[in-house]
Design a protein around this ligand. Structure first.
Ligand code: ADP
Length: 178
């Protein structure tokens, strides 16, 4: 029988872009699930021009890195420009986003369509939030933290600690001003 020539498959990289201000258990769940399906996952911290952030990009990067410190195939990076330009830079073809409720749908669909227009070779894949995490958002978590609620099960422990420190610093700064 003739020997077939198999080309070595290229590494399948999925890029998961977002603000991650900060990373929540909902994000962690999505990353874990993508990491099981791809060779490599890049968690890409991209600055949203429409949101002001609590944590700096470097702080967010360090937090995500410490959550996945044991995982060799999960990489954390930051990017200023278009997500599709980042994909071109690292030669990746898949963007993954998470979908919580119907309210996420329109935004995600618009963004996926824009990215398709900009880079037709790039596919956007949507992953449904797990039922136990679908209600978690970075914004909600910050609200709970600001008002002294428990963050157990909402964010990884390192994030919970970082939030406490950050908010304490903010309060001290405010008290100094007044
Ligand atoms: P962005 O500001 O770009 O929406 P986020 O950090 O808020 O960035 O979210 C990044 C991605 O993760 C988005 O696709 C968002 O829908 C998804 N996501 C956020 N929270 C959850 C969650 N609890 N479960 C699943 N996906 C989520």
């Amino acid at each position: 029988m003739a020997k077939k020539n198999f080309k070595k498959a290229a590494t399948r990289i999925a890029v998961y872009p977002g603000s991650f201000d900060p990373i929540t258990m909902g994000h962690v769940d999505i990353v874990e699930r993508i990491a099981a399906a791809f060779d490599e996952v890049v968690v890409l911290i991209s600055e949203s021009t429409q949101k002001s952030s609590l944590f700096t990009r470097e702080e967010r990067k360090k937090l995500i890195q410490s959550v996945f410190s044991e995982r060799k195939n999960i990489i954390v990076d930051t990017w200023d420009g278009l997500t599709v330009d980042y994909l071109a830079k690292i030669n990746a073809g898949i963007i993954v986003r998470g979908l919580r409720a119907v309210v996420d749908f329109e935004y995600e669909m618009t963004m996926a369509s824009m990215n398709k227009k900009l880079a037709p070779q790039v596919e956007t894949m949507l992953v449904f939030a797990s039922p136990e995490y679908y209600f978690i958002s970075s914004r909600g978590v910050k609200e709970v933290a600001k008002n002294g609620g428990s963050l157990a099960g909402l964010v990884p422990d390192v994030v919970s600690q970082a939030l406490a420190i950050k908010l304490k610093k903010r309060l001290a700064k405010k008290a100094k001003k007044s």
